[in-house]
Write a protein that binds this ligand. Structure first.
Ligand SMILES: Nc1nc2c(c(=O)[nH]1)N[C@H]1C(S)=C(S)[C@@H](COP(=O)(O)OP(=O)(O)OC[C@H]3O[C@@H](n4cnc5c(=O)[nH]c(N)nc54)[C@H](O)[C@@H]3O)O[C@H]1N2
Ligand SMILES: Nc1nc2c(c(=O)[nH]1)N[C@H]1C(S)=C(S)[C@@H](COP(=O)(O)OP(=O)(O)OC[C@H]3O[C@@H](n4cnc5c(=O)[nH]c(N)nc54)[C@H](O)[C@@H]3O)O[C@H]1N2
Ligand SMILES: [Mo]
Length: 570
């Protein structure tokens, strides 16, 4: 994020784009509510009428997959009505003329069919965003989970640059990232192309620095992104083929798209290692399982989505009979066994090595984390007075070599698999408030299972339910070209008739049987938010209920969850 989460409540306008804070991040959502109480206006861009839409001044209920057409049209209006910040553009950016040319064809009228939004509403949104004086964009998976995703982020950045909404308190762009520590995973270099601190593996000086620090030769080749693993297992020649897969804090057999393909690749791997705090769906394919401690059983540092480092502390001992180690101890032992001794005594030693090697983290010492609770990078000095950086791009200085922001001129591109006569509906996926991602953690919790359990719901417009003759709570079959799953019908006018939605937490109702592995070429994130499907009524509901119960019991058994203990069945 270019700004701090705590700044959200001071924005004068929040442009919430494909982000459902109320379910995904209730603590961040409180800031949105507070901003509203302090008088901020809210624009919500979401194909569903989510909670943010309910409190918004304007809800643009766009057609799924039309993000960049809408964003470019908003830019068109800002230019047309002379609402640009010309001084900021002149002093702190380049590429505006080309962008202006591109925007010409994106009049609100020209995109109204693609976006399904009335031109007046696009004009209204553009005026609100450009004139509030202090506008902040928050975006989420409704932007990222498309094959055209990074380009939409660039489009949103165009809006912020052209209106001068960067480099001050309470403005900017916030990708409100997913898990508590997904930012940390990237900060620490769990990426195919970077060492910790976003230092690129292809830069010779950086390679030399890490070789010196670690005392071994290192590769300058970019690795393989997670979502391309099936391709490398199944379709590459032997010399390039992936043969072993060390899966650590991830459940690809549940959370990756096109599960049939994922299963095929897991089955054909020679070695699968799983390092996890629970058995998960991928565990079924594992040759070796390395059990590790959970978040409350070890120390560490998390990074929040706004670049803020925070310490976590061990609060309980793992059960005496559990044969577990912390993740860092497991990694150290494996490394030592493979011939590279890693001898750390505690997490502070590891952290000190990290910050010493990362110029933008240098000042985030344990001492400061202890004293201030939170240090946002960049923090380049160990001096106690340097408390890090709440917002980026102060005084219009950007991270490009010339210090200027760059406009990107990019056309909208439709999603990969469109509705057709065989699969006439849009299939989209999101998350459930009471359950977490692959559901290993919350699925092991009886209280949460009692609130909501398998096989989960499929959101359908009441007119669609009527057309298909299905009622609230009935099991239906959702089918795409790649696979199917069962789910309970949830009639709701929060969605349009053209699209149905499922959350991806369910094991029996596994929506990733349907999703498509179409990847954004830059981020490699799959198009989880769009593929074509159809929904079928199931005549024999008794059979379907029995099927769900039996499948659930089988899966729980394979994951070692006691079927007799545990909460109510599906
Ligand atoms: N309770 C709970 N909280 C979680 C998680 C969980 O599993 N459970 N998961 C965590 C993780 S890993 C993440 S990444 C975050 C994600 O949190 P969010 O970013 O909120 O993710 P989603 O709910 O998947 O999608 C956000 C919104 O995008 C909308 N959307 C769909 N298609 C489009 C489109 O074409 N355009 C636009 N503008 N919007 C669209 C959806 O309707 C949805 O409301 O949540 C985190 N928080
Ligand atoms: N259809 C669809 N699919 C999606 C999404 C979607 O919106 N729609 N969202 C995608 C997104 S944004 C994400 S982030 C992924 C998330 O998907 P995953 O990352 O696969 O799921 P998680 O449940 O977050 O965690 C994975 C595993 O980490 C384990 N774990 C938890 N704590 C620890 C720990 O301290 N150490 C170790 N070693 N393991 C631990 C959990 O038990 C779990 O088995 O799903 C993606 N899949
Ligand atoms: Mo995520």
């Amino acid at each position: 994020m270019s700004n701090g989460v705590h700044e959200i409540e001071d924005a004068k306008l929040l442009f919430v784009f494909g982000y459902n804070g109320a379910d995904s991040h209730p603590i961040v959502a409180r800031r949105i509510v507070r901003a509203k109480r302090k008088g901020a206006q809210i624009i919500c861009v979401d194909p569903r009428r989510i909670e943010t839409a309910r409190i918004a001044d304007l809800h643009l209920q766009l057609k799924n997959g039309s993000n960049l057409a809408l964003v470019n049209a908003i830019a068109h209006v800002i230019i047309e009505e002379g609402l640009t910040d010309d001084k900021f553009i002149a002093e702190h950016s380049h590429g505006f003329d080309e962008f202006k040319d591109l925007c010409q064809k994106y009049s609100p009228e020209a995109v109204s069919e693609i976006t399904q939004i009335h031109p007046d509403d696009i004009r209204k949104a553009a005026r609100m965003y450009a004139t509030s004086g202090q506008s902040m964009i928050l975006y989420g998976m409704g932007v990222c989970q498309f094959a055209q995703a990074v380009n939409v982020v660039k489009g949103l950045a165009n809006l912020a640059i052209m209106t001068g909404n960067f480099g001050r308190w309470g403005v900017g762009i916030g990708p409100v990232r997913g898990q508590n520590n997904v930012q940390g995973a990237c900060d620490m270099g769990a990426l195919p192309n970077a060492y910790p601190g976003y230092q690129n593996v292809t830069v010779p000086e950086i390679q030399a620095k890490f070789e010196k620090a670690w005392g071994v030769p290192l590769s300058n080749k970019v690795g393989i992104p997670l979502t391309q693993v099936p391709h490398y297992v199944l379709h590459e020649p032997p010399e390039k083929k992936i043969r072993a897969y060390y899966v650590f804090g991830e459940d690809p057999a549940q959370s990756d798209p096109d599960l049939a393909e994922v299963r095929e690749s897991l089955e054909s791997l020679e070695l699968v290692i799983l390092q996890d705090i629970f058995m998960n769906r991928t565990g079924q394919y594992a040759d070796v399982v390395l059990p590790s401690t959970g978040w409350n059983e070890h120390d560490g540092v998390y990074s929040c989505c706004d670049r803020g480092f925070q310490r976590i502390r061990k609060v309980i001992e793992p059960p005496a009979d559990a044969d577990v180690l912390t993740d860092w101890e497991i990694i150290s032992r494996i490394s030592t066994a493979m011939g590279y001794p890693m001898k750390y005594h505690n997490t502070e030693e590891i952290w000190n090595e990290v910050i010493a090697l990362c110029p933008s983290f240098v000042g985030a010492t344990y001492e400061k984390l202890e004293k201030y609770g939170n240090i946002q990078w960049p923090c380049r000095s160990t001096d106690m007075s340097d408390r890090g950086t709440s917002f980026l791009h102060k005084d219009g200085k950007f991270a490009n070599p010339d210090g200027k922001a760059k406009f990107s001129s990019i056309d909208w591109q439709p999603p990969t698999e469109l509705e057709n006569s065989e699969y006439p509906l849009i299939f989209s996926t999101f998350r459930e408030v009471g359950h977490y991602s692959a559901r290993t953690m919350t699925g092991n919790c009886r209280l949460l299972r009692n609130l909501e359990d398998e096989p989960g719901w499929i959101w359908m417009h009441p007119d669609l339910c009527q057309e298909l003759g299905v009622k609230h709570g009935e099991l239906v079959k959702a089918i795409s070209k790649r696979g199917f799953c069962l789910a309970r019908c949830l009639p709701t006018d929060r969605v349009k008739k053209q699209a149905v939605y499922m959350s991806y937490q369910w094991w029996v109702g596994a929506c990733n049987e349907l999703t498509i592995a179409a990847l954004d070429p830059i981020s490699n994130t799959p198009e989880y938010k769009y593929c074509a499907c159809r929904v079928e009524k199931i005549k024999n509901q008794l059979w379907a209920e029995k099927y769900v119960r039996e499948e659930y019991a089988k899966i729980r058994q394979s994951m070692g969850i006691d079927n007799k203990k545990g909460g109510k069945a599906a």
